[in-house]
Ligand binder design. Structure first.
Ligand code: FPP
Length: 248
């Protein structure tokens, strides 16, 4: 089992990453299907390669000192895909946790899910719940997996929960809405990466993205290497974040 080491400041500088590390990075892992098609293989082959790419990126996020990594694994719209593909994705999710949980736990990674786990087959749900429970007190990287996730559904759920509190209008604040989202325990979102060339959010973290930086890359997710990940962080570090203010 591999124990992940944090990079030192000297190592980070040598990688061209001397700036402030984003605390929370989210990734839209797109292009598995196209990657498989280019190889005349079924889409599930691309998802498997995507799962393998994820292994390295989670470890790298930890080593870079990122506090939270959120990945879009299955959207509320993905149920409309062919049943074989949906089942293949469920199989991979279960396989991922069965294979990776010991290493993730040993490295202090905390597993968090975003989305409603209720509609999943019992085995998939049990596997996710057990990973969440086992790692709930870990204080390392928050590895957040959006499954059966849609940002509009998340915001609607928050609004419904808040409406039950019987509050005065003035007590309904942005902070209260944030506290009712799945990401309530993660730092503000700094960076969203989307692979495979599309430049849209696809119902992902709409509220949280208010001041996030976006980096798009043409690389399909299965080819998204540690080097590509570092390039995205370098790009992020070049940006001037103004948060609506004037920055000299
Ligand atoms: C988008 O590519 C990708 C997905 C819908 C699934 C992502 C899943 C994985 C990376 C594997 C398993 C995940 C975990 C957390 C273990 P696409 O199929 O839409 O690609 P396309 O746009 O090229 O068709």
């Amino acid at each position: 089992m591999k124990i992940y080491e944090r990079y030192t400041d000297v190592e980070l500088a040598a990688m061209g990453l001397p700036g402030e590390m984003p605390k929370h990075v989210a990734i839209i892992m797109d292009g598995n299907g196209r990657w498989a098609k280019q190889r005349l293989m079924p889409r599930s082959f691309g998802h498997r390669a995507g799962m393998e790419a994820l292994h390295d990126i989670v470890r790298e996020a930890h080593c870079l000192g990122i506090k939270a990594l959120t990945v879009y694994a299955f959207s509320t719209e993905n149920w409309q895909r062919p049943v074989q593909e949906v089942n293949a994705l469920f199989g991979l999710l279960t396989e991922y946790f069965e294979k990776e949980i010991d290493e993730l736990d040993a490295n202090g990674v905390r597993i968090v899910t975003l989305g409603d786990l209720e509609p999943f087959p019992p085995k998939v749900k049990a596997c996710m719940l057990s990973a969440i429970e086992r790692t709930k007190d870990n204080d390392g990287l928050h590895f957040c997996i959006a499954i059966n996730y849609g940002s509009r559904a998340e915001i609607l759920r928050a609004v419904r929960n808040i409406s039950k509190l019987g509050l005065d209008e003035k007590d309904i604040t942005e902070e209260l809405v944030s506290d009712n989202l799945y990401t309530r325990e993660q730092p503000e979102l700094d960076l969203i990466i989307r692979t495979a060339g599309e430049q849209r959010l696809s119902n992902f973290l709409l509220w949280q993205a208010a001041y996030a930086e976006f980096v798009f890359t043409d690389v399909c997710w299965p080819d998204f290497s540690i080097d590509e990940f570092r390039k995205c962080i370098v790009e992020y570090m070049k940006r001037t974040r103004r948060f609506g203010k004037v920055v000299e």
